[in-house]
Design a protein around this ligand. Sequence first.
Ligand code: RIB
Length: 338
Amino acid sequence: MKATIRDVAKLAGVSVATVSRVMNQKGYVNSETEQKVNKAMQQLKFEPNQMARGLAGKRTKTIALILPDISNPFFPGLARGVEDIAQNNGYTVILCNSDDMGVKERSYIEVLKKKYIDGIIFATNNLVREDLERMEEAQIPFVMLDRAPNMESGCVIKVDNFGGAKAAVEHLLNVGCKKIAHVYGPQELTTAKERLAGYEEVAKQQSWYTPTLMIPGDFTIDGGIKAVEALLGKHPDLDGIFAGNDQMAVGVLKGLKRRGISVPGQVAVCGFDGVNLTEITEPELSTIAQPIYQIGELAANKLIERINLSSTHYETVELGVSLIVRESTRKSVMSGSK
Ligand code: RIB
């Protein structure tokens, strides 16, 4: 069987990225390492992937943005941040919707390789180390944002989900809530998992805490509506709900309204994301706002830097989030309307 770049890397005792740099003479490699890699290539009779070498030489000034679902209001702002930076640097952006499906993400990556894409930005929790190594082998720089498998590879841009979730629950406690539930997103996503952990960090210290106060909501409006039904069936006395994203928080508002429950008078509600939708709900939604547009800008700047410098080093950038207090958790209204 033909030797692969991974076999060369293993024999030489270096990373796949280092072998790529030696293959394409791009980026820094010290002479001793270069000798080890060349010796391993000779021993294994390694034939570099011509497509990869072709990619290394070609620049099409095109980058791809692979997102789960652009119809979720969180992603358009992020896509706009990516495109504004890309366009200012002379790049065109190709947008792909993956529906959070690994098979679609891998298919897009293979198609984009053949289109000589210069780099890829994606939000994924599905790709594994081999997927990322194949991109390194093909000399395709990539940046992962929002959610990312914890593989210490490439560039990851995320927000402080854990700290934001803690701030949401602490805010609900501060406005007088005596029993707070959490509607959480899909736990295969790092964002949802970190927010659930942030809720538990605060909630577990309260006398009212019980695991049945945590309910799945799948990050959709309908999921938020259904979660309200399930929660109130178990805890009719709850008076605060932290939803793991704004779409579910909107669903929670709708579910509470259907049951004639006033917000924030009887139940205070806080979301997470800071999408514009939270400004037009009735009441307006308090939320933990992510710097959505800036995440996109930073991802695009980091990718273009990696394209120009052929750098493949691992880095994680964690951006802060901020509590926006609106009608849905107003203390003055809540304490007067029980
Ligand atoms: O609403 C979509 C969610 O998916 C957001 O919270 C974002 O962080 C992403 O994880």
